[in-house]
Design a protein around this ligand. Structure first.
Ligand SMILES: *[C@@H]1O[C@H](CO)[C@@H](O)[C@H](O)[C@H]1NC(C)=O
Ligand SMILES: *[C@@H]1O[C@H](CO)[C@@H](O)[C@H](O)[C@H]1NC(C)=O
Ligand SMILES: *[C@@H]1O[C@H](CO)[C@@H](O)[C@H](O)[C@H]1NC(C)=O
Length: 305
């Protein structure tokens, strides 16, 4: 190969590498808190959530109907009604968050919803919908429920249906990465490894941030004063998963989950110092802004994260 041809051939490869590694390059050394917003109208606005300066990552929850030929549906509980255009003004909040450096992801799936992918073609159709309705695509024929601001990426919280074709969906979404806009891919698998529904997608190695749910899963969570199962599970994830940053996903209050809540003092003294030794450590994920408002959990842990 002459040096000329290799120079030209390597341009697309260079762009791909930039897309894959930009997050690593800009990554900071310390951890941050990711939080879910959207499933309770009494948790303050998106702009107010970002203005706390406690959350470098906010997941908007949830797009809970998609795929298999369905008309996608966004659900933001009491915040606003996406279907009637009631959420387009969120673009102002989105821009204000992004100005402060907060990364915003649309979370797809969730505990209550109807979603599945029926084929690779269906995955492509859904990827184009997500790109045009929420990310940088902006096709004039697709309604944008959150207005014209572009979110930073898509968060996968697949808790029901089938595991099929989510790896294709991830690959299609990543391929829309351009020089002016990256597409972040994040996910919230359950801690039993590998995740039954998201394992194949996670194996693509294309996820930027993964916040594992170390709750509602007794075999791999903190249980009655004992950190062994939690730390063993964290070590397995951190050893095995190809991902830029790994987060410890936790309930923000005892009532926020069926089980797995960790008192702030236990987290900061017995758990964070251990998992922070992992090179992939990215911080803590909390479910959810509403429960965090009730408990003040993030304020109690933020200096230790
Ligand atoms: C493609 O996705 C749209 C939503 O964007 C949906 O309304 C349509 O039915 C899908 N088409 C097919 C063939 O699945
Ligand atoms: C798609 O929907 C049809 C019925 O509308 C159902 O029979 C089928 O199981 C669904 N496929 C998936 C992958 O969910
Ligand atoms: C903690 O849990 C592990 C695993 O279940 C068990 O082997 C260990 O004895 C427990 N430690 C204490 C102090 O109870």
């Amino acid at each position: 190969m002459t040096s000329n041809s290799s120079k030209f051939n390597s341009l697309p490869l260079l762009l791909l590498l930039l897309c894959l590694f930009a997050a690593t390059i800009s990554a900071t050394r310390t951890g941050g808190i990711a939080i879910y917003w959207g499933q309770n109208g009494n948790e303050g606005t998106l702009a107010a959530t970002c203005a706390t300066k406690k959350f470098p990552y906010v997941n908007l929850a949830f797009l809970n109907v998609f795929g298999n030929g369905s008309n996608p549906e966004l659900n933001l509980a009491g915040h606003c009604d996406p279907a009637s255009g009631g959420c387009v003004s969120l673009s102002t909040d989105i821009r204000s968050c992004q100005k402060q450096g907060v990364k915003l992801m649309l979370s797809i799936g969730g505990g209550i919803g109807i979603y599945s992918l029926s084929s690779k073609l269906d995955a492509r159709n859904v990827s184009l919908y997500l790109w045009n309705a929420f990310l940088g695509g902006k096709s004039s024929s697709v309604f944008r429920p959150l207005g014209d601001a572009s979110l930073d990426g898509i968060d996968f919280d697949i808790e029901s249906g089938s595991s099929q074709f989510y790896d294709d969906l991830v690959r299609y979404l990543k391929s829309y990465c351009t020089k002016s806009q990256r597409v972040y891919i994040t996910g919230a698998p359950q801690c039993p490894f590998p995740d039954r529904l998201m394992g194949t997608a996670l194996n693509t190695g294309l996820f930027d941030y993964v916040w594992v749910q170390f709750y509602n899963n007794p075999p791999c969570q903190y249980t009655s004063g004992n950190t062994t199962n939690l730390i063993n599970s964290w070590n397995l994830w951190s050893r095995t998963l190809r991902v830029k940053k790994l987060f410890l996903g936790l309930p923000a209050a005892t009532q926020a989950a069926g089980s797995g809540f960790i008192p702030a003092e236990v987290l900061t003294s017995q758990i964070l110092p251990v998992i922070q030794k992992s090179p992939k450590y990215g911080g803590v994920m909390l479910w959810s802004k509403y429960w965090d408002d009730q408990s003040g959990y993030s304020s109690s842990i933020v200096s230790g994260v």
